[in-house]
Design a protein around this ligand. Structure first.
Ligand SMILES: [Zn+2]
Length: 141
């Protein structure tokens, strides 16, 4: 037997890609994450508790998503970054630093899926992440 749960959680976040296109300028998205967890076992009658599962997505809400390779230094309350050959100083409270190469929808979805795998002993996790209603990436771990 296999159990499956699915939920949707939106978040708004800013980011900059390390490329010389319009995505290399600060901008943001109203992201929608669709998360599916599959397990052969139930824990307290659940595949996973929706509340901590949604918190994994919500930790990105109203944050500036920074990749580890964009960080030059963390100077007290300020994070100094270089993205697309431009330097920025951003309050530490406003950023979330992800261990991914680029803050693309594919890799943000992968980060969410990784965190789900760490938090819940499930068989598989699928994360579908929409940047806009027309652009969506999906990853299964
Ligand atoms: Zn973008």
């Amino acid at each position: 037997m296999e159990y499956k749960i699915r939920f949707k959680q939106g978040f708004s976040a800013a980011h900059i890609l390390n490329m010389d296109t319009k995505c290399g300028r600060i901008h943001g998205h109203n992201y929608e994450a669709y998360v599916e967890l599959i397990s052969e076992f139930l824990f307290n009658g659940m595949v996973a508790d929706f509340i901590p599962a949604k918190d994994i997505v919500k930790r990105l809400d109203h944050k500036f998503i920074i990749t580890k390779n964009q960080v030059n230094e963390i100077d007290g309350d300020v994070v100094n970054i270089t993205a697309n050959k431009k330097d920025y100083a951003i309050p530490y409270t406003d950023v979330i630093i992800l261990d991914i190469e680029e803050s693309t929808a594919e890799l943000i979805a992968q980060d969410i899926a990784n965190e789900m795998r760490i938090a819940f002993p499930v068989k598989s996790v699928t994360v579908e992440l929409s940047e806009t209603e027309n652009n969506t990436a999906e990853v299964t771990l």
